[in-house]
Design a protein around this ligand. Sequence first.
Ligand SMILES: [Fe+2]
Length: 134
Amino acid sequence: MPLIQWDETMSVGMDELDDQHRELIDLINEAYEAIQRHDEPLMASLIDKMRDYSEVHFRAEEAVLRSRNYPDSEAHAEQHRTFSDKVDDFRRDMFVKTNLSQIFIFLSRWLTNHIMHEDRKFIPWLPETDDEGA
Ligand SMILES: [Fe+2]
């Protein structure tokens, strides 16, 4: 069973960002599976992929927020940095820690909450997506 499942309640109403959130969730689910199977080489490569992709996504999301003059852009970017730091800590210590699944579940919950609560706050600042030719 996947650790996180994307559903409409996580939508921010912009396809580009929703697609990136889905991709990130897929990577998290794959990494979690590798952790549970104690597949160390796969774990390492998937965490790296997840970290790289989260960076691509955060940069894209922050660029959208700045271009829309979202007033909390800076605070929002700071939350992204917190997540990246946590993933870096995880990656660094993953071969010496024993409760990896628990730590990883915590990380994935953090991201789910971020998408459902923090990301959804900027919805009113996004362009209308169903405007024809917009
Ligand atoms: Fe975000």
